[in-house]
Write a protein that binds this ligand. Structure first.
Ligand SMILES: Cc1cc2nc3c(=O)[nH]c(=O)nc-3n(C[C@H](O)[C@H](O)[C@H](O)COP(=O)(O)OP(=O)(O)OC[C@H]3O[C@@H](n4cnc5c(N)ncnc54)[C@H](O)[C@@H]3O)c2cc1C
Ligand code: SF4
Ligand code: SF4
Length: 951
C-alpha cells in the first residue's frame, strides 16, 4: 500500500500523539525539514515521530500495521542514496534514543540514535573502539550504520558494520520485539517466539538455495547491495544479524544493538604513494595489498589537480608529476613492526620496473594526520565547486575486486568521456570501492538524461566485473530501480525475505525490493521541475539564492552546530535553515511561511556563531541567511523593547559605565534582576560583567611618539572599553608601545554583532555606515584596524562590507586584522626580541567561535605558549553558548548554558587557575558556569613580555 493514499497528516499525528510519549511533528515546516538528507532526492513525509523509548516504536509499528501508513527509520540523514526518505511516518532516533547503555568488557550496548563519533569518544578512555569507521563517523548514527552496513577506510582490516554485531533488538512490522543472536542450525525450533519464527523462515528460504547464493555472490570484499544473504548460514550456524544489517530498515527497526569492540591499534604507519598513470596506480594497489594494509585509499588525477589548486601548500606533499595518489596505512603491535612494513612498501612499489615514483612514509602522529588529510579533504573540495554543475552522487559507490580497480576506473572514465561530462573518483582502492562523481546540472534536461545513462552504464560495468553497485552506501532510492536486473537470480530470494518480514510492504517501501520502484531521476531535490519562485524578499537576490542551494544535506552540521549538539533536534541543524529556505524558493512552502512563527523558531536556532563558515564543507553562510530571514519577520512583526535594548550594546554599556559602580550593584541584586526579567525579559540568573570607567577614545599612544615599526588603529569594542579597560584595552595599547607600534583610538560605533544576531539589520547598517566614515581616513593613510574581540573582528571584516555595500566599506573591511594574527605576523618577523617573564599558572585556552570563523593564520596560543611557567591543559574546541544575546534572554538562557555544557565540563575537569579567552561575552559565560576566573590573552602577553629597553 502506498502512503499516497493518506492525506490527512494531522489526523495521523493526533492518533499517534495519543499513543506515544515521544514527539510527533506534523507541520509543513517539520515535514520539509525531514524531506531530504545527504542525497539528491526529496520526499515529503506525512508525520515525524521522535520516539522516547522502545515502547513508542512498538506502538508506532502497530499503528502502521493497523492503518497501512508506511514507516521509514532515520538516523542522522547522512545517507547518500535516499534510504532514509519516505512518504509515510519518519522515525527519528537521534534526539532521545541516542544513549550508550552499557559497556561490558569488549561489548557495548547502544541505542540506534547514538552518533558513531560520540561512541568512540566515550570508549577512548577504555582504549577500545567500534571498528567500522565511515568518513561520516563524526555525524552518522549507529542506526544508520546498521541500516546501510556502513564501512570505511579500515574495513580493509576490520570488515564492515555487519562483522561487529553481537545481537540486535528489533521491532518487527507487526510491532513484536525480538532480540537476535547467532543460532546453531539444530537449535532452530518453533517455540512461539518471533525470533524463532523469523530464524526458521530465513533458514527455509536460504538453505535450499545455498548453491545459487554461493555462485551469485559478487566477487568483492564489501557489499551493501540487495540483502546480505551470503553469510547468514555458515558452518551449521545461522546469523540473522548478517541479514538485518544493511537492510535499510525494510525488515525491522533496531532499538538496541550489542556491538563488539576492539582495542585501538598500538602502532601506526602511513605511506603516501604517488603514481604517474592509472595503470601504475592499479599495479601499486595490487602490490600494496600483498602487504595487508589496514587501509588503502586513492584519489584520481582530477582530484589531485583540484586539491592542489585549492590548497597550493599540498605541493609540499604531492609531487607535481603525481596524477594518482594512494594512501596506505599499516597497524602493528610494535613500532618496529610498522617501520619494517613501511620499508616493504618502498621496495614493493619504488625502483626500477616498479609503478610508483614517490613514497612519503611517516610514523609521526601529526605528519600522518597531515598526509591522511589530503584524502579526507577531497570531498570538501568537491563540495566547494562553483557553478551550476555539481558532483552528483547516484552511482557513486560501485565496487569490484581490488585487482580490477584500475580497469574499473578506466571504464568509468570512458563513460564520462563518451557522455561528455567531467567527473572525479576517489575512495577505498583496497576494497575496489570507488566513489565516482560526474559533474552535472540536474535542472538541465540534457544532463538529466546523461545521469540516467551514466547510472545504467556504470552499473553494467560493475556487473560485468562481478562487482556490486554499492560497497557501503546501500541501495536506497538511487539503486533500487536496478536491483532486479542486477541480481536476476537472487531477486526472488530477496523478495521472499522481504515478504517474510514485511508482508504488507510497510517498512521503508521502495528500498531494495520493490515491484514499482521510483526512477533514479524522480523526486529530485533539484530536477528539471525545480524553478526558483519570486518571493519579493532577499531570496530573489541570486547571491542568497545560490547560497541557499549550496547545502547538499550532508549532515556535517549535526555535529559542529553547537545548537544541534545541545538539542539533537533536526530543526537546530544548519541544513534545517537551508531546507526551509529552499522550500520557499521552490514554491513547496509559500513565501508567506517566511513570516510564520514556526519558520522563525527554526531560523532563531541559528545563534550566529559563524561556525558554518569554517566547518560546513560548502562554507555556506547560514548565519547570513538567518539574519535576513529574521529581519523579514521583524519588519512585519516589529522589534521588542528587550531586543532593541540588547541590540544597543554600545549605548547600553556607555550608560551603565557612566552609572557605575551603582549600575554594577543594581545588576548584582537578585530582586532587581528578577524585576528586569519581568519587565524586559532578561534572565534573572544571567550574571552580567561589571562596567568599569577608564575607556579611552580619540587618543594616540604613545602620546610622545617613539614608535618606529607601524601605525595602527585599535578597535577595542565594548568589552575592552567598558568592562575591561585596565586589562584588554590598556594591555593591548601597552603591548603595542613595547613593540614600537603607534596606536590610535579614534571615535567608533558599535560593530553591530548584537543587532545582527537579533535580525536588526537596519541599525547594524547605520552603525556600519558611520564606522566606515570614521575609519576610512586612517585606512587611506595605510593603517590597519586591529581588533581584540572575536565578534567585533568578524563583524567589521565580513558583515560591514555586506551591510554597507560600497567600495569604501570593502576598503575598510580589507584593513581589519585580528590582534593575534597581527602579533603572530610580528613574531614571525622576530619583533618580540625582548624577554618573556614567567607566569606560573595552569590555564586552558578557549578560542571563541567568531575567532575560529575568521580562519586567521595565527591564534593567541602562538604567543601565549612563549610565556615560561604557563601550563596549558588541552581542551576540545567547543562553543560556550553565549552566542551574542542568546545567553541573556529569559527564554533562551537555559539553552545557552546547555550549549556550553561540554566546554564547561572539559574546563572543570582540568581545573585550571584561569581560562584564557579573547571575547568578553565568552569570558562572562565561562566564568559564570565554571566559577573559574577568565582573562583576556593580551593581558597575559603584556604582563609577561618585557622588551630589552623597558619603555
Ligand atoms: C561526507 C559523507 C561521507 C560519507 N562517508 C561514508 C563512508 O565512509 N562509509 C559509509 O559507509 N558511508 C558513508 N557515508 C554515508 C552515510 O554517512 C552512511 O550511510 C551512514 O551509515 C548513514 O548513517 P545515518 O545515521 O546518517 O543514517 P540515515 O542516512 O538517516 O539512514 C540510513 C539507513 O539506515 C536506516 N536506519 C536508520 N536507523 C535505523 C534503525 N534504528 N533501524 C533500522 N534502520 C535504520 C534508514 O532507514 C536508512 O535506510 C558518507 C556520507 C557523507 C555525507
Ligand atoms: S549546512 Fe553544510 S554541513 Fe549542514 S548539511 Fe548543508 S552542506 Fe552539510
Ligand atoms: S552559524 Fe552557528 S548556530 Fe548558526 S547554523 Fe551555523 S553552526 Fe549553527
Amino acid at each position: 500500500m502506498s502512503s499516497k493514499a493518506f492525506t490527512d497528516n494531522e489526523k495521523i499525528a493526533k492518533e499517534l500523539r495519543s499513543m506515544i510519549d515521544g514527539d510527533v511533528l506534523s507541520t509543513d515546516i517539520s515535514r520539509q525539514l525531514y524531506s531530504t538528507a545527504a542525497c539528491i532526492y526529496e520526499l515529503t513525509p506525512l508525520v515525524i515521530v521522535v520516539p522516547r523509548h522502545r515502547e513508542d516504536v512498538v506502538n508506532v509499528l502497530k499503528y502502521s500495521s493497523d492503518s497501512g501508513v508506511p514507516i521509514t527509520a532515520r538516523g542522522a540523514g547522512s545517507g547518500l542514496a535516499g534510504a532514509a526518505l519516505g512518504t509515510g511516518i519518519i522515525l527519528d532516533f537521534t534526539k532521545y534514543m541516542n544513549n550508550l547503555l552499557s559497556v561490558d568488557g569488549e561489548v557495548a550496548v547502544v541505542q540506534p540514535g547514538l552518533i558513531y563519533g560520540k561512541l568512540n569518544k566515550m570508549l577512548r578512555e577504555r582504549n577500545l573502539h567500534f571498528a567500522p569507521d565511515p568518513s561520516s563517523g563524526d555525524f552518522c548514527s549507529i542506526g544508520g550504520m546498521l541500516g546501510t552496513n556502513a564501512a570505511g577506510p579500515h574495513t580493509l582490516k576490520f570488515g564492515a558494520t555487519k562483522d561487529w554485531i553481537e545481537s540486535l533488538t528489533i521491532v518487527t512490522a507487526d510491532g513484536e520485539v525480538m532480540t537476535t543472536s547467532e543460532l546453531e542450525l539444530d537449535n532452530i525450533v518453533e517455540d512461539g517466539s518471533s525470533f524463532m519464527k523469523y530464524a526458521k523462515g530465513v533458514r527455509g528460504i536460504l538453505e535450499p538455495n545455498a548453491d545459487l547464493i554461493n555462485s551469485a555472490r559478487p566477487n568483492v570484499n564489501k557489499n551493501s547491495s540487495g540483502y546480505n544473504v551470503y553469510e547468514v548460514i555458515h558452518e551449521d550456524k545461522l546469523d540473522i544479524n548478517k541479514l538485518l544489517v544493511g537492510s535499510e530498515g525494510t525488515l525491522g527497526i533496531v532499538t538496541e544493538a550489542k556491538l563488539r569492540l576492539i582495542e585501538t591499534p598500538k602502532s601506526k604507519g602511513f605511506a603516501l604513494v604517488s603514481c604517474a598513470t592509472l595503470e601504475k596506480a592499479g599495479d601499486s594497489v595490487n602490490r600494496l595489498m600483498e602487504l595487508a594494509p589496514a587501509a588503502l585509499d586513492m584519489i584520481d588525477d582530477k582530484l589531485v589537480e583540484l586539491s592542489v589548486t585549492a590548497n597550493p601548500h599540498l605541493r609540499e606533499i604531492i609531487p607535481s608529476e603525481a596524477r594518482f595518489v594512494l594512501f596506505a596505512e599499516f597497524f602493528g603491535e610494535t613500532d618496529e613492526e610498522v617501520s619494517s612494513k613501511l620499508d616493504e612498501v618502498n621496495s614493493a612499489v619504488m625502483g626500477s620496473g616498479r609503478p610508483a615514483f614517490s613514497v612519503k612514509n611517516s610514523t609521526d602522529t601529526d605528519e600522518m594526520e597531515r598526509l591522511w588529510s589530503v584524502r579526507k579533504s577531497a570531498v570538501g573540495i568537491l563540495s566547494k565547486i562553483k557553478g551550476s554543475k555539481k558532483p552528483v552522487a547516484f552511482a557513486e559507490d560501485g565496487t569490484v575486486h581490488y585487482s580490477l580497480v584500475g580497469e574499473y576506473l578506466e571504464k568509468i572514465t570512458e563513460i564520462f568521456k563518451s557522455e561528455g561530462v567531467e567527473g572525479t573518483a576517489f575512495g577505498h582502492a583496497g576494497n575496489g570501492n570507488l566513489h565516482i562523481r560526474p559533474m552535472l546540472d540536474l535542472r538541465n534536461e540534457e544532463d538529466l538524461n546523461k545521469m540516467i545513462s551514466i547510472a545504467k552504464r556504470s552499473h553494467e560495468v560493475v556487473k560485468e566485473m562481478n562487482g556490486t553497485m554499492t560497497g557501503e552506501h546501500a541501495d536506497g532510492i538511487a539503486r533500487t530501480p536496478y536491483i532486479k536486473e542486477f541480481f536476476p537470480e537472487m531477486y526472488p530470494l530477496f523478495k521472499q525475505i522481504k515478504d517474510l518480514f514485511d508482508p504488507n510492504n510497510l517498512m521503508n517501501p521502495g528500498k531494495i525490493v520493490s515491484d514499482a520502484p521510483q526512477d533514479v531521476d524522480e523526486n529530485l531535490r533539484y530536477g528539471i521541475g525545480y524553478a526558483r519562485q519570486e518571493t519579493n524578499t532577499f531570496l530573489d537576490d541570486s547571491k542568497w539564492t545560490d547560497m541557499t542551494e549550496l547545502c547538499h544535506g550532508c549532515g556535517t552540521c549535526v555535529q559542529y552546530c553547537p545548537v544541534s549538539i545541545a538539542t539533537n533536534d533536526e530543526s537546530s541543524t544548519a541544513r534545517a535553515k537551508a531546507n526551509l529556505l529552499r522550500g520557499v524558493l521552490s514554491g513547496k512552502l509559500g513565501s508567506e511561511s517566511l513570516l510564520s512563527i514556526d519558520f522563525k523558531n527554526v531560523i532563531d536556532e541559528c545563534v550566529n556563531c559563524k561556525l558554518c563558515l569554517v566547518e560546513c564543507p560548502t562554507e555556506i553562510d547560514i548565519p547570513g541567511l538567518a539574519q535576513r530571514a529574521r529581519a523579514l519577520y521583524l519588519e512585519e512583526n516589529g522589534i521588542s523593547f528587550r531586543n532593541r535594548l540588547l541590540g544597543a550594546t554600545k549605548q547600553l554599556s556607555e550608560f551603565s559605565t557612566a552609572l557605575s559602580p551603582f549600575s554594577n550593584w543594581f545588576l548584582s541584586i537578585g530582586i532587581f534582576r528578577r524585576l528586569l526579567a519581568k519587565l524586559i525579559g532578561i534572565h534573572p540568573d544571567r550574571k552580567i560583567q561589571k562596567f568599569r570607567r577608564g575607556s579611552l577614545q580619540n587618543k594616540t599612544f604613545p602620546e610622545i611618539q617613539k614608535g618606529t615599526r607601524d601605525e595602527v588603529v585599535y578597535f577595542g569594542g565594548c568589552h575592552a572599553h567598558y568592562s575591561d579597560p585596565r586589562g584588554e584595552l590598556k594591555s593591548t595599547i601597552r603591548l603595542f608601545e613595547k613593540l614600537g607600534v603607534k596606536v590610535r583610538l579614534p571615535e567608533w560605533r558599535c560593530c553591530g554583532a548584537a543587532s545582527l544576531s537579533l535580525g536588526q539589520l537596519d541599525s547594524a547598517a547605520s552603525d556600519a555606515v558611520e564606522n566606515v566614515g570614521l575609519l576610512l581616513p586612517f585606512v587611506r593613510k595605510g593603517m590597519k584596524i586591529i581588533t581584540s574581540s572575536g565578534s567585533c573582528g568578524y563583524a567589521l571584516k565580513y558583515e560591514l562590507p555586506e551591510l554597507v555595500g560600497t567600495d569604501e566599506a570593502r576598503e575598510v573591511a580589507a584593513a581589519v586584522v585580528d590582534l593575534y594574527d597581527y602579533l603572530g605576523t610580528l613574531d614571525s618577523e622576530n619583533a618580540f626580541d625582548g624577554e618573556w617573564k614567567p607566569i606560573e599558572m595552569k590555564v586552558v585556552y578557549h578560542q571563541p567561535c567568531q575567532h575560529r570563523a575568521q580562519n586567521t593564520k595565527y591564534d593567541a596560543t602562538r604567543l601565549l605558549k612563549k610565556i615560561p611557567g604557563m601550563n596549558f591543559a588541552p581542551i576540545e574546541k567547543a562553543c560556550c553558548g553565549i552566542a551574542g544575546t542568546l545567553g541573556y534572554k529569559l527564554e533562551t538562557f537555559d539553552l545557552s548554558m546547555k550549549i556550553g555544557e561540554p566546554l564547561f565540563k572539559d574546563i572543570i575537569e582540568n581545573s585550571p587557575d584561569y581560562v584564557i579567552t579573547g571575547t568578553g561575552t565568552c569570558q562572562m559565560q565561562i566564568s559564570q558556569a565554571t566559577e573559574i576566573p577568565t582573562i583576556h590573552p593580551v593581558t597575559l602577553l603584556n604582563r609577561s613580555y618585557t622588551p630589552h629597553d623597558k619603555p
